[in-house]
Design a protein around this ligand. Sequence first.
Ligand code: FRU
Length: 497
Amino acid sequence: MNNNVSSQEQHQAFISQAEEAWRNNSSKLNPQYRLQYHMMPPAGWMNDPNGMIYFEGHYHLFYQHDPFQAKQGPMHWGHAKSKDLVHWEHLPVALAPSEDYDKGGDGGQGCWSGSAVDNNGELTLIYTGHVDGKTPEEVQCLATSKDGVTFHKHAANPVIGDSPDVERFGFRDPKVWKNGDSWYMVVGYGKDGRGKAIMYVSKDLYSWEYKGAALESEGTMGDMWECPDLFPLGAGDQHVLIISPMNIAPIKNLYVAGSFDYASCRFEQQHAAQIDYGFDFYAPQTLLDDRGRRIMIAWMNIWGATMPEAAHGWLGGMTLPRELTMAEDGTLLSQPVPELATLRGSHVTASDVTIADQSYVAIDGVQGESLEMDIVFDLSNPVASEVGVRVRCSEDGASFTEIRYSVRGQKLYTDRQWSGAGDGGISEAPLQLVADGRLHLRLFLDRSSVELFAGEGRIAMTNRIYPKLQDTGISFFARGGDARIESLDAWELSSIW
Ligand code: FRU
């Protein structure tokens, strides 16, 4: 009862219902936290990016989606595409839970996370069918499309119907790619308290041979690795493994740099570190585009957070697309893609601005809820012990989000204690100043998000904030002595919707 006509018709009927829910709900959303230039669902719930692929001239981004409600429910795959990674067009829901391997159960169910490949012009989605309490609970499935919009679940689903062990803690989120004439699949896995990235190989995408774990936690890297992604980056057989490890709070994302051997499917770890130091960065996935760029997008929320936008009829943003490169010392660098410059509107510049100790300096024309800022502090001859910028400040000064750098501690912070609704908390990252003593901060503010980049791609820090719409003030400060802003560029960014 899988790929026969009635099953496909049933699938399409579920998809039509999903679209009707969008149409009904999207006009009723409260705009207070709606993002202006980040991907988000038209209405309802969104989590992980799925199926990221550059396919026939477009970037495709699928996502975990409940079109009916702004909370996690039976998971569909939402779908959007873009020509430039900046402007997104919503497409019909691609997958809806419709079969016994992805529908049913009283708790979690649905078409869970996965990836997309171009199989000789056939856009193919590989996803986890999840049904709480079923045995097995998680299986790997395939759906294909000729037109890139309508997807057919395959008759042979599930293509991997059993995990390697009966007792395990998670078997999901297949990421598939091609090397030579074989397909490789890395799947998130957990067993005996250890997260693992396990491997399968196939010639045709339908029959898969288990190859063991590419890498597993030695005991300190979480008990289940969600959403693994494994790809070449840098010279020779250098690869990066990205994981979303469970149960090693506060760490929610990691990359492992090392080498991967396609014959044995083993990953040799060189070092591991965080990809992003903010609170709201999870389940990143990457694609390779036609220019050979490795582009990463993550879910810009986190499980367990307060998520105030949910009360407004929608939930979830995607981070800005970031290009990944590898520094010579093996550090993963991530930088927002240059295409984002097309959003730039009115531009304010300033240079050589002195900030007296304990003062807050506003700069004419620099304010707003949707802007990009490029700030260079000169700390070559530091007097101040802390410098920074407050954004989304209320007129009475009681509400703001503070980005600060501790010169002595060599640490960068985003402080949400006074940010408005939502969870507070301070994110922090180690950041050494380069030899010339300049601190270069790039900041992307959207209506309910702050993405901070520093250290020429070494540090990324992503946070959601929930201030009042009218709180748009920005001021620069110094503590423990005077400081100097060498240069400042601020651009208003236009909405993509
Ligand atoms: C990660 C995750 C995945 C799973 C999906 C369900 O955020 O838990 O492991 O496939 O979300 O929506």
